[in-house]
Write a protein that binds this ligand. Structure first.
Ligand SMILES: C[S@@+](CC[C@H](N)C(=O)[O-])C[C@H]1O[C@@H](n2cnc3c(N)ncnc32)[C@H](O)[C@@H]1O
Length: 448
């Protein structure tokens, strides 16, 4: 077939698509992109390929031509439980390095970056739900291909998508649906999807909830990117991860990790952000010492000296809080509690140390104590969003759905009064994203 615009036009299309979406088009995908462009010309979207190339370069992201070409440039091969060994290793590592002592005031957050039609995101939700039933989970799947995401939201799979489904942990995760299977509502509630291009969109992006992740899985995506842009993408992904967190890449893409110094390579193409893992001895990990969260009111400050050398009380409390957050993030609950006791004494009307104390209590498994401390926070500040959301979660666990819903509604009121792009302290996501999560939890009626 002669091409309207010829070889030069085809070249212009491939180049425009590569630049617009940050990709390197391999032969097969290049052909698919040019074929899609030719179809668009035939349908009258543009007089020829050269003009179409100019439109790809300059039109807005919602332009149908841009979307059609982006779709053609996206290779959506995926399946549930793809690369099962790596996923099992990831869950095991996350359990050992992150889940134990995970901060209690926020959900454990997982990102499937380049999730295509969503199988990977649901797989992660199933694996983590099965391994850690008590953990509050939030899974985000992102992709540049909006059409693939529409399929992901339907959560209905058949054929190749299911080829490894039998390797999922046992449980009611997939329901029969005609010829295929639909992901169970319990899992779908944990997962949401956002359209995002790893190369051309901002990263991290707190407004989309693309920040503060404990686990990121980005497999079979980097191979499609323009190699000159991989370094920036890896650094962006790393910046969207929590100080201690795990990234999983496809083994063939693991070399890209050299672009982020803070990533330590673990077996099976897993990368740890944060201090190196403790040495494993005969499979046993050092135990986190049982935490002793100080009783309320905290005891005299003598045995729990603030480590700060600052003579100014204002500065001392900020340093104590920062240290305590770091300790909590790393699962050092005892250390956090030791830092918070003097902070509470020093600033009895400040809700922040009490909130962190509640988080330490919850991380130590003392939910009653955590709720008690959250009530004190809410006495000091009735609209404290992280405290309202934490209390709601604890009330859910006590099957007090009405009370939980009341707390979430109060959190939504507070969030509505904030600038929507402001970051909510302690949550590290914007007010808009926090409201989305709270509404999501309200909609599921507190059922966990
Ligand atoms: C082969 S699939 C991988 C799916 C899944 N991660 C897996 O391993 O099974 C690659 C996906 O990456 C997406 N992708 C490619 N480049 C991207 C980019 N720059 N930003 C976001 N997604 C991208 C494609 O749209 C496609 O859906």
């Amino acid at each position: 077939m002669s091409r309207p615009g010829g070889e030069q036009g085809a070249e212009a299309i491939a180049l425009a698509a590569e630049q617009r979406f940050g990709l390197r088009l391999h032969d097969g995908i290049r052909r698919a992109v040019v074929a899609a462009a030719l179809r668009l010309v035939e349908e009258g979207a543009s007089p020829d390929l050269t003009e179409l190339a100019a439109r790809i370069a300059s039109a807005g992201a919602s332009d149908p031509v841009v979307r059609a070409v982006q779709r053609a440039a996206s290779v959506g091969e995926t399946s549930l439980m793809r690369m099962p060994e790596q996923l099992r290793a990831l869950v095991k590592r996350a359990g050992a390095e992150l889940v134990r002592g995970a901060p209690a005031w926020r959900p454990f957050r997982i990102w499937s970056a380049g999730c295509a039609t969503g199988e990977e995101a649901y797989t992660l939700a199933i694996l983590f739900r099965a391994a850690f039933p008590e953990l509050e989970l939030e899974v985000v799947g992102s992709d540049m291909n909006g059409e693939a995401l529409a399929t992901a939201r339907r959560a209905l799979y058949a054929g190749r998508s299911l080829r490894n489904a039998r390797l999922l942990p046992e449980g009611p995760w997939l329901l029969a649906a005609g010829e295929g299977r639909r992901v169970a509502p319990e899992i779908r509630r944990l997962v949401r999807f956002v359209e995002h291009n790893l190369v051309t969109d901002p990263l991290p992006d707190p407004a989309l909830g693309l920040s503060g992740f404990d686990v990121v899985v980005c497999r079979n995506v980097l191979i499609y990117l323009d190699p000159a842009r991989t370094a920036r993408v890896i650094r962006g992904i790393t910046a969207a991860m929590r100080p201690r967190s795990i990234l999983a890449l496809a083994p063939s893409e693991c070399l890209a990790a050299r672009h982020a110094e803070e990533l330590a390579v673990l077996p099976r193409a897993l990368l740890l952000r944060g201090p190196p893992p403790a040495p494993e001895e005969a499979g046993a990990r050092p135990q986190v010492a049982p935490a002793r969260v100080p009783e309320h009111p905290p005891g005299p400050p003598a045995p729990a000296k603030p480590p700060s050398r600052s003579p100014e009380p204002g500065r001392a409390i900020e340093e104590l809080l920062q240290e305590a957050r770091r300790a909590l993030d790393r699962g050092r609950i005892d250390d956090a509690a030791r830092l918070l006791a003097p902070a509470v004494l020093q600033a009895p009307d400040d809700p922040r140390p009490r909130f962190l104390l509640a988080s330490a209590a919850e991380a130590a498994g003392n939910k009653g104590r955590a709720l008690e401390e959250l009530r004190r926070v809410l006495f000091l500040d009735g609209g404290h969003v992280p405290a309202l959301l934490s209390a709601a979660r604890l009330l859910d666990a006590e099957r007090r759905a009405k009370d939980a819903a009341r707390h979430r509604r109060r959190a939504l009121e507070s969030l509505a009064a904030m600038p929507q792009d402001a970051t909510v302290p302690e949550l590290e996501i914007t007010a808009a994203a926090a409201a989305r999560i709270a509404r999501h939890a309200l909609a599921r009626g507190g059922a966990r």
